[in-house]
Design a binder for this molecule. Structure first.
Ligand SMILES: *Cc1c(COP(=O)(O)O)cnc(C)c1O
Length: 501
């Protein structure tokens, strides 16, 4: 592997230096803050520095490098026009404490985005404030609580969640002080309605549901499910992470949901992964509007836009100022670039997923044999039984073919799950190349299983201990996490010291 920047250092090497203007006084640094010795920095000529950083950038895989079918995460291409728009000085240089009259354009953009999201979800009011889907979930559950407290119905302590749910759902329920009531999935991949009926009581506060589910299936009984909850006086929460399947086709509000979060960074494009930045606005029915976070972005009768803090029943703030503004601009640009044809976005996403499904379903197991929505879940359980090849092996081998692996081992109810989401931004040639690779891997599993067991073969790193890589990331040059047998976290130890140098 190429040497790192510190290892390429040669004493006395320099990049070009801009001459100091004459007569400029030296900076006034107090004596006690001055360095005694120069900092230990690598000494290199400019081209070597540039090569170092360019080389590092090629070690990461991103949507700009190739196909990224990471199910549930909606890794679509992020159009460059979004970046041009968000970098307009009026957006980029705006201070969050700018007076309203100097921020009318930004306020109008937020208000328009709210209006669009209300239309897309089929609900009445929107808050853009939460910074991620998971924070939208927590905010939504705080609204549920505020609503029941207001109505003297605080005995409701339970939230129903299907066994296919994303991990953030039960986590949010617990953080919001509620208890999880799990509900099973039936053989067609829908919520088991009989199981559900027994679990909804006068203590139930809400259902949390992703529809289409993490299996990529639209729940065929959604109207019946809504009836069960609403007739028990409970609310319906829609995890909008899979909204990419239904925009302009069906609306959570029409299905009966009362609260929805939208993952702007998934459905409406935004470079994401590695922790952000994201946007998780929530849309609610009129009855829940008084509890939304402040400030509300409003359009006044005189035509101006502004921030309204005068909401006596609000749950308060969940994030600084009005939320992640740069994300709003990118998502607004993405939505407006489709204009009234937003439905095409979802139609192509669903078509692409069904195309992949049709080509792959004979080579892998398909636990729920139905048309899918924008993603689908295969299983490698036959490969495992017959050849000892797991979903992890398939994922690692895909990297050799130049593709990002799909999501694996989720949802939890599918053994050896491979969850594939192509999104609408991929052409047929790429989809075909991906299928060819998946089919080749299924053949290799039978003929050359060792090839898969040892994959990836030609990436900057081979197979990692993924738990340790995440829990004890080495983020500093020259340091190495030192594993301790008792599992106690320890100070990283200097590599040089280990080498005795
Ligand atoms: C991504 C996702 C979430 C959480 O959203 P974040 O924006 O990552 O916090 C919740 N549910 C499902 C189904 C998801 O795919």
């Amino acid at each position: 592997m190429t040497k790192l920047i510190y290892e390429r250092s040669q004493a006395g090497r320099r990049a070009s230096e801009i001459p100091r203007p004459e007569g400029l006084p030296a900076a006034e640094v107090p004596e006690e803050l001055r360095r005694a010795e120069p900092p230990r920095l690598p000494e290199l000529a400019e081209p070597e520095v540039l090569r170092h950083f360019t080389e590092l950038s090629t070690r990461n895989f991103g949507i700009d490098t190739g196909f990224y079918p990471l199910g549930s995460c909606t890794m679509k291409y992020n159009p460059r026009v979004n970046e041009r728009v968000v970098a307009l000085p009026g957006f980029r240089d705006l201070h969050p404490l700018q007076e309203e009259d100097g921020a009318q354009g930004a306020l109008e953009l937020m208000w328009r985005l709210q209006e669009i999201l209300a239309e897309v979800t089929g609900l009445d009011a929107v808050s853009l404030q939460p910074a991620a889907g998971s924070q939208g979930e927590l905010t939504g559950l705080m609204l549920v609580r505020a609503y029941f407290n207001e109505n003297g119905d605080a005995k409701r302590r339970k939230v129903v969640i299907p066994d296919t749910a994303h991990g953030t759902n039960p986590a949010s329920v617990t953080m919001a002080g509620y208890e999880v009531t799990p509900v099973a999935t039936d053989p067609r991949g829908n919520i088991d309605v009989d199981d559900l009926r027994e679990k909804v009581t006068e203590e139930t506060a809400a259902l949390m549901l992703t529809n289409p589910s993490t299996l990529g299936l639209f729940d065929e009984n959604i109207e019946e499910i809504t009836r069960i909850f609403h007739s028990a006086g409970a609310l319906m929460y829609y995890d909008g992470a899979n909204l990419n399947a239904v925009c302009g086709i069906s609306r959570p509000g029409d299905m009966g949901f009362d609260i929805v979060h939208i993952n702007l960074h998934k459905t409406f494009s935004q470079p994401h992964g590695g922790g952000g930045p994201g946007g998780g606005p929530i849309a609610v029915r009129k009855t829940l509007e008084p509890f939304l976070p402040v400030p509300a972005v409003i359009h006044r009768e005189d035509g101006s836009f502004g921030l309204d803090y005068d909401r006596p029943q609000t749950i308060g703030k969940v994030r600084a100022f009005t939320g992640p503004f740069g994300v709003f601009v990118r998502s607004y640009a993405y939505i407006r670039s489709y204009g009234p044809r937003l439905r095409e976005m979802s139609e192509v996403a669903v078509l692409n997923a069904n195309y992949l499904l049709a080509r792959l379903k004979d080579a892998y197991d398909l636990p729920f044999d139905r048309h899918c929505m924008h993603e689908f879940v295969l299983s490698a359980r036959t490969l495992k039984r017959e050849h000892g090849i797991t979903a992890l092996d398939v994922a690692k081998r895909l990297m050799d073919y130049g593709f990002h692996p799909p999501t694996i081992y989720f949802p939890l109810i599918v053994p050896e799950a491979l969850m594939i989401e192509p999104t609408e931004t991929e052409p047929k040639e790429i989809l075909d190349a991906f299928c060819d690779a998946m089919l080749a891997i299924a053949r290799e599993a039978a003929e050359e299983p060792e090839l898969l067991k040892e994959a990836p073969h030609d990436r900057p790193v081979r197979r990692l201990d993924e738990v340790r890589a995440a829990k004890r990331a080495i983020v500093k040059y020259g340091f190495e996490a030192h594993p301790e047998p008792d599992g106690e976290p320890v100070e990283p130890r200097q590599l040089e010291a280990q080498k005795g140098g």
